[in-house]
Structure formats: structure tokens, C-alpha cells
Design a protein around this ligand. Structure first.
Ligand SMILES: Nc1ncnc2c1ncn2[C@@H]1O[C@H](COP(=O)(O)OP(=O)(O)O)[C@@H](O)[C@H]1O
Ligand SMILES: [Mg+2]
Length: 457
């Protein structure tokens, strides 16, 4: 296989011919060949090959060829030749998301992020956004959202993508029957689809509980624990986090503590603020939890509470934004340190938390040991990502970890997010990492669609 970046042009001629500049003919060893195939996605047609005298790497497509294989636009694009008689344009990178019916914001609050991906992706691929409604399975095509020169959307019919980056916004839509069908269909067509779906906390803990390379980084966790088990965990750990397995944003989390001399305490967040309740006996605490949760308790996990390091007496933890790079290796691309708001049991910014760079936070918490602690936690994050991917059945390309570090410098994983939010990248000192994150997503798309650039291009 030979792969290179070229400049694609359209001509108005009617015949099914493609014109390649000498550099491309040489690059693909097509000298003397007259009949080849051109392909975009699964669209493939026979064409006549002609040479055009022009310096550099150029390809010209006639109107007939353009419409037959549904090429969305001209400009820089990767082209590869497979076994000497086919040239393939691409890749077609589809960003799957959803939102209200709207010409300008079809992906709701994610529209800005989708546009960022399209802008960066269009330097070397055909990157477009689409929603489940835009797929036409009978014609194997998608009515995608492309970016025009002025930064707005333009719709184009293109073949099914070569790779799909899944950013469906809600658990409800991600786990619906319709979405399951979409995933199955892409899988049956051998079109890589990542990330597969939202993670469930307890599924992830289970996935790696027997993996000795990483299970020491996960606090003891039990799905749908009995009240007796919670009591026993409180005796052993003094702190227990009781949290919804499929929750997010800190919603529905209870922090339980036991002080033998004073009894049981429960902290949680209500719309009106942070709440602290005290119970003399465990029975009082368990009755309150059972009344509040009812059958929702089946989705709850009781987890050993970790005493996080603190700054100004407020706990801090970290978001590690992990990506697969173009060589299919896990890398830490951005880290946000989150300091809990006063009295808050989580570090979410929405609950009064604040965001810092890891260097700022770790130097305050660990002084001269901070760079060593940072290095070690990066290694742990990579090990965790590798383990989750190894035990997971589907393709992964991105994970957002919520990691804590205790006084003894031990790293703990609280949660793995399959569709991590991007709020850490709004920090002025983390914008470069935000751009790198976008580049990594696209590089991984190139890798998965087998359009990864080699050194020889
Ligand atoms: N076992 C724990 N020990 C200490 N703090 C925890 C624990 N579990 C969660 N937290 C705190 O609560 C926050 C939210 O928990 P997380 O598991 O990430 O749930 P969510 O899905 O709501 O984000 C974490 O970022 C951390 O600050
Ligand atoms: Mg979290």
C-alpha cells in the first residue's frame, strides 16, 4: 500500500476519466496503466487513467466520476493505492452525534466541538458530522454536515464513512434500540466505530477487578450492596461513597462517614446547596437511604472512600484525558486538576469546584515531589487505559479518567468516562492540550480506517 497527501480538483468533462500528475503516477507505480478503479468509502468504479503535466501531487476528477462516487469537495485529501489497480480517496470520517432539528446547531451544545473536528479533519480527509436520521442504509449513504469556507454547514450526500467517532450525547439515545442497530450495522460492514457507548461505573470496575496489573488502583466497590455490607465497609474504611453506577456530574452521590465516637454522617448535594445529616445509629442512616432511593438503589455502587490530598483544606482530584494516538498507543493528552468547592463532596466545577493545571495543584499538595507524583500517575493512567481496552469487547479511542491521589501518593480510579466532557480544555493554560485532543481523535480515525500516513509521504 502506498499513501500520500494530494490536491484534488474537479473538471467539468463528462467522461469517466481521472487525471493524475506525474508525481502521483510515479508514487503509485501506475506508469503505463490505462484502466484502474477509483474508490471513496464503499463506492468504487472503473475509470480511464490519464496523466496531467503539473508539478506536485494533483488529481483531477471529471463530473461523471465525482458524482458516481459522491466526492464531497475539492482540496487536500489523502489518496492510497491498493495492489496497483485501485486508488482510494479518503478517509471519510463520520462524527455521529445528535441534537434538535436546526440548520445551524444540529448537534446542540456539541456543535462547536463537531466544527472543531471538521475544521482540523478537512486538511487531509473528508470529515463530516451526522445524526442517526441522516443515514440511508438502503443506499448505503449519509447526508452529512460538512464545513464550508465561511465556517457554516453545507449538506452533502456521501458514502457510509470509513470510520465513525461516536459522540451521541445521552445515555438514553446511546442505549436505545435504534442506536444498537446502528452499531451492529456498522460492525457488520467492518466499519470501525468508537467509542462503542457510555461506560457504566460498575461494569468498568468488574472488567478489571481480576487484572492484577491495575486492580490495586480501584477502590473496593460493590454494586447494589446490602445495608449490612455498607455498614461493614464503613467500619473498615470510615468513608464510603455511595453513587449511581450510570450517574454523572456528581448527581445522586452520597458520602457516608462513620466516627465511632459520634455516629454516622451523610453528605450530599441538593439544588439549594450541600447537606450534612447526622445519625446516632446505622439504622437511621440506612432507613434514610432506602426511603430516598427506593428501587434506584439497585443501580448504586458502594465504594471505599479515599482521603484525597487537599489544597486549602479542599480535596483535589484529576481528570486525565486519554487518547489513542496514530500508532494505536494510549497517551495522556490533557490533565485538569479539580479542587472541590467548600463543603462539596465532589470536585465538579458545577458544584463550586475550580480548575487548575496539574503542576499548580501538585506543587501545592506535594511540593518538591510533585513531578515524580505526576509522572507516576500518568503511568498508572496508561496502564488503566490499556487494561480497560484489553478486557473491553469493542474499539476504544478515548477515555476520561477521574483519578484521585491520597497522602501516601497512591493513585485511585473513581470513574472512566467513554465520552469525556471537554470543560478542562477551556482553562487558558490547557487550550493547547484541547487542540492536541482534537488532533488525536483524527489521527486515530486515520489509523482505524487504514489511512495512516507513513514517513515516506
Ligand atoms: N471512592 C471515592 N473516594 C473519594 N472521592 C470520591 C470517590 N468516588 C467519587 N469521589 C469524588 O466524587 C467525584 C465524582 O465521582 P465519580 O465517580 O466521578 O461520579 P460522576 O459520574 O458523578 O462524575 C469524583 O471526581 C471524586 O471527587
Ligand atoms: Mg466523574
Amino acid at each position: 500500500m502506498s499513501l500520500t497527501l494530494c490536491n484534488l480538483h474537479f473538471t467539468k468533462r463528462p467522461e469517466k476519466t481521472i487525471y493524475l500528475s506525474n508525481a502521483l503516477i510515479k508514487n503509485f507505480q501506475l506508469t503505463g496503466k490505462k484502466n484502474i478503479h477509483i474508490r471513496l468509502g464503499k463506492n468504487r468504479i472503473p475509470v480511464l487513467l490519464k496523466t496531467v503535466k503539473k508539478n506536485g501531487k494533483h488529481i483531477y476528477l471529471t463530473s461523471a466520476v465525482r458524482s458516481a462516487i459522491q466526492v464531497p469537495n475539492n482540496g487536500g485529501i489523502l489518496i492510497k493505492s491498493v495492489e496497483g489497480d485501485e486508488v482510494q480517496l479518503g478517509p471519510l470520517i463520520g462524527i455521529l452525534s445528535d441534537g434538535p432539528l436546526s440548520a445551524t446547531k444540529p448537534f446542540g451544545s456539541r456543535t462547536g466541538f463537531v466544527k472543531q473536528l471538521l475544521k482540523a479533519g478537512n486538511q487531509k480527509s473528508y470529515t463530516f458530522g451526522f445524526t442517526p436520521r441522516d443515514i440511508d442504509w438502503s443506499n448505503e449513504s449519509v447526508y452529512g454536515y460538512f464545513l464550508n469556507d465561511s465556517g457554516g454547514f453545507v449538506r452533502r450526500h456521501v458514502p457510509l464513512p470509513d470510520v465513525v467517532y461516536n459522540r451521541l450525547p445521552s445515555r438514553r439515545s446511546d442505549f436505545s434500540h435504534a442506536t444498537n442497530q446502528i452499531r451492529d450495522r456498522f460492525e457488520r460492514k467492518n466499519i470501525p466505530f468508537f467509542n462503542w457507548s457510555f461506560f457504566n461505573k460498575s461494569d468498568i470496575y468488574k472488567l478489571i477487578e481480576d487484572d492484577q496489573t491495575v486492580n490495586g488502583y480501584v477502590p473496593e466497590s460493590h454494586l447494589d450492596p446490602s445495608m449490612d455490607l455498607i455498614k461493614e465497609m464503613l467500619e473498615r474504611h470510615q468513608i464510603v461513597y455511595y453513587k449511581p453506577s450510570s450517574g454523572s456530574l456528581g448527581q445522586g452521590i452520597f458520602r457516608l462517614t462513620y466516627l465511632p465516637s459520634r455516629g454516622y454522617f451523610c453528605r450530599y448535594r441538593k439544588a439549594s446547596g450541600n447537606v450534612l445529616l447526622r445519625f446516632k445509629t446505622f439504622k437511621g442512616l440506612s432507613r434514610m437511604l432506602q426511603t430516598r432511593l427506593g428501587s434506584q438503589a439497585h443501580d448504586y455502587v458502594a465504594q471505599q472512600g479515599i482521603r484525597l490530598v487537599e489544597i486549602d483544606r479542599c480535596p483535589i482530584d484529576f481528570r486525565f484525558h486519554m487518547h489513542k494516538n496514530g500508532k494505536n498507543e494510549w497517551v495522556v493528552v490533557g490533565i485538569g486538576a479539580k479542587k472541590a468547592g467548600r463543603g462539596s463532596i465532589t470536585t465538579h466545577i458545577k458544584n463550586g469546584g475550580s480548575l487548575m493545571t496539574p503542576e499548580q495543584a501538585l506543587s501545592k499538595a506535594f511540593g518538591s515531589r510533585s513531578s515524580e507524583v505526576l509522572q507516576k500517575s500518568k503511568e498508572v493512567a496508561i496502564k488503566l487505559a490499556e487494561a480497560i481496552e484489553f478486557h473491553h469487547k469493542h474499539v476504544l479511542g478515548e477515555i476520561g479518567f477521574d483519578l484521585g491521589i491520597d497522602q501516601e501518593e497512591h493513585v485511585w480510579m473513581f470513574e472512566a468516562n467513554a465520552k469525556p466532557g471537554r470543560s478542562i480544555f477551556r482553562h487558558p493554560l490547557l487550550r493547547t492540550e484541547g487542540k492536541a485532543s482534537v488532533e488525536h481523535i483524527l489521527d486515530h480515525c486515520l489509523y482505524l480506517s487504514q489511512f495512516h500516513r507513513r514517513e515516506d509521504t
